[in-house]
Write a protein that binds this ligand. Sequence first.
Ligand code: BJW
Length: 233
Amino acid sequence: MSTAGTIVILTGAGVSAESGIATFRGPGGLWEGHRVEDVCTPAALARDAALVHRFYDLRRAALDTVTPNAAHDALARLDAAWPGELLIVTQNVDDLHERAGARRLLHVHGELRSALCAACGSRRAWHDALPPATICPACAAPALRPDIVFFGEIPYEMERVEAALARADLFVSIGTSGAVYPAAGFVRAAAAAGAATLELNLERSAGSAWFDETRLGPAGVLVPAWVDAVLAR
Ligand code: BJW
């Protein structure tokens, strides 16, 4: 890009792996000890709220033990320095991008440190354990749940993401397997809008064939190098 164009960056679990947060689908993955259908669907929440709330309580508490890595830091540096439009779209529910300093950021799959009222739809910051049937301060219903987008639910901020993809000059996907939609389809939307597309991942993903270029390696190495190159142009 000779002038400051629009960059859209999609991040997934791989960007937080080097901070010590397990990814979802690899060996030792987050769901190895949990069947996804036990924890990550509205039906599972209805069937066993205690299990689902406990699973997310543990992950929320574990955020205190991790810190942003070189990939989060580099993306925050790019966010601060890039004079054009930039949007980091993360599928991650951790808060490592914002703790690194990223500001132009959307969490499309929800946030561990947020609670959602299943009755009134209000969302609020939440840092402690969240037992089932916790009272919503907005509507008084005993209906607060983890603010996580389960399978079958609509991800957040899709209109903003789609609008950014339609304007994108460069789409970069970092550390995501391309197994979950709609995020897995962003590369095709960006390419259809004329964007160049780049994948940075540890290994080839389900979506690699859709990218103009794939660079393989750890995000903590690839992302700082890519950011340095973009800011040097
Ligand atoms: C490294 C690394 C290092 C490791 N450095 N890299 C049939 C066909 C198509 C779609 C569907 C279908 N049936 C149902 C659907 C839709 C469904 C879906 O996609 N299902 C698939 C299983 C097929 N999707 C949905 O239901 C979504 N909603 C929806 O579609 O609504 C309709 C709608 C959409 C839009 C507009 C209007 C309507 C909701 C999806 C919700 C996903 N939620 C989760 C759980 C979050 C909570 C939690 O954390 O517990 O989000 S699922 C889980 O997967 C999580 C992640 O965000 C998401 C993606 O995973 P991610 O990040 O890619 O992680 P991994 O582990 O898969 O991959 C890690 C990658 O990193 C790997 O490639 C490694 O190589 C790499 N890596 N270390 C760099 N150091």
